[in-house]
Write a protein that binds this ligand. Structure first.
Ligand SMILES: [Mn+2]
Length: 310
C-alpha cells in the first residue's frame, strides 16, 4: 500500500450501477440526459440538471440498496448514454434531437430513464412514440397541468407539454397526479380528453398512497400497451424540492411521492413496457442539494421496485 491509496476511493459511477467490467454483457437499463431549458418560463437552470445529478451520484454518500433491502448492483447493468446535444437557440430542432434519441432508446425494448431538462423535453419523448407508432398512456405527475396552448408566443413552452402530448396521433390518454396550480378551462380540456385528474389535495387525503398507486395501475394496465411516467419535481412542496423552475407551495412530501410511485411500479406487471422521465431539477436554486438528494433517493427506491423488468 502506498500513501496514495488514502487519497480517494475509486470513484463510483452512477451510484455503482455503471460497471466497467461488463465485457460483452448488454445493458439492461438505459439512461440519457437532456440539458434543455430554453422554454423555461420563470427560473431557467434545468439545463444543468443532468450533469449536476451525475456529479452528486458519484459521491460516496449512498449505498445502492433500497429500503426493502434490494442491492441494485446485483440486478442492473445501466448504460448512461450521456446528454443529447441541445441547440440552445432552437427549441424545435432540440426537441427533434430528443425525439430521435428516444426513438433509438425505445428500439432497445429495455426500460429507460430520461433526466431533464425542463418539462418541454417530454414533448420530444411523446414524438418518439409517435415515430414508432406506439400508443402511450402518460402518467403526468406535476404541480401544474401544463395545458396552455401557447406561452410567450411559444407552443413548445414547458407549460404546454401535456397539451402538445394530447395532440399526438399515438396519445393514449393521460393520468394527472398532484396538480394544484391551474386554470379552470385547463381542467375542462383535460376532462374533455378523458384524462384522469387527481389534485394534490386529493392525494394528500388518501389514507395510503401506495395502495392508491397500485389500484390506479391495476385499473389502467390492461387498457394500455405502454406507459410513460413523467415526474416534474415541482409536484413536491418547495420545502422538499427548492431546486425547481416553478415552485408551488403546499405540495406533496418527499415520502408521499416515493410511496405513490412505489405503488405505481409495484402494480405495473412484469413485461409491461414503460419509460420515465424526471424533469425540472434546477441546481441553481437547489439549497444545500436538497432536491438532488431526493432525486437520488427516488432513483434507488424506484429501481428497487423495478428489478422485475430487467
Ligand atoms: Mn410543473
Amino acid at each position: 500500500m502506498s500513501n496514495l491509496d488514502f487519497i480517494s476511493h475509486q470513484p463510483q459511477s452512477f451510484c455503482g450501477l455503471i460497471k466497467h467490467d461488463w465485457k460483452d454483457e448488454i445493458p439492461n437499463y438505459n439512461l440519457i440526459g437532456v440539458p434543455l431549458d430554453i422554454s423555461s418560463s420563470y427560473r431557467p437552470g434545468a439545463r444543468f440538471g443532468p450533469d449536476s445529478l451525475r456529479r452528486i451520484l458519484q459521491s460516496e454518500n449512498f449505498e445502492c440498496v433500497s429500503e426493502k433491502g434490494i442491492d441494485l448492483t446485483r440486478y442492473f447493468r445501466l448504460k448512461d448514454w450521456g446528454n443529447i446535444g441541445i441547440i440552445n437557440t432552437d427549441i424545435g430542432k432540440s426537441l427533434r434531437r430528443v425525439s430521435e434519441g428516444v426513438t433509438d432508446l425505445i428500439s432497445f425494448q429495455k426500460p429507460f430513464l430520461i433526466m431533464g431538462g425542463d418539462h418541454s423535453i417530454t414533448i420530444g419523448v411523446g414524438k418518439a412514440f409517435e415515430n414508432k407508432n406506439i400508443p402511450v398512456h402518460i402518467i403526468y405527475i406535476d404541480g401544474h397541468l401544463d395545458l396552455y396552448d401557447e406561452v410567450n408566443e411559444s407552443r413548445l413552452s414547458h407549460a404546454c407539454s401535456l397539451k402538445r402530448l394530447s395532440e399526438l396521433q399515438t396519445f393514449d390518454g393521460a393520468t394527472i397526479l398532484g396538480y394544484r396550480d391551474f386554470l379552470s378551462e385547463q381542467v375542462e380540456y383535460a376532462k374533455q380528453k378523458d384524462m384522469l385528474l387527481y389534485s394534490t389535495s386529493y392525494l394528500q387525503h388518501q389514507a395510503n398512497l401506495f395502495d392508491f398507486g397500485t389500484s390506479l395501475i391495476q385499473k389502467l394496465a390492461s387498457k394500455h400497451q405502454y406507459f410513460h411516467i413523467s415526474i416534474d419535481l415541482d409536484v413536491l412542496d418547495p420545502s422538499f424540492a427548492p431546486g425547481v423552475g416553478n415552485p408551488v407551495a403546499c405540495g406533496l412530501t418527499s415520502r408521499d411521492l416515493v410511496t405513490l410511485l412505489l405503488g405505481i411500479f409495484n402494480a405495473l406487471p412484469p413485461g409491461k413496457n414503460f419509460s420515465w422521465d424526471i424533469v425540472e431539477y434546477n441546481p441553481l436554486f437547489d439549497t444545500a442539494d436538497i432536491t438532488a438528494f431526493f432525486v437520488i433517493k427516488l432513483l434507488i427506491e424506484l429501481l428497487g421496485e423495478q428489478i422485475k423488468f430487467v
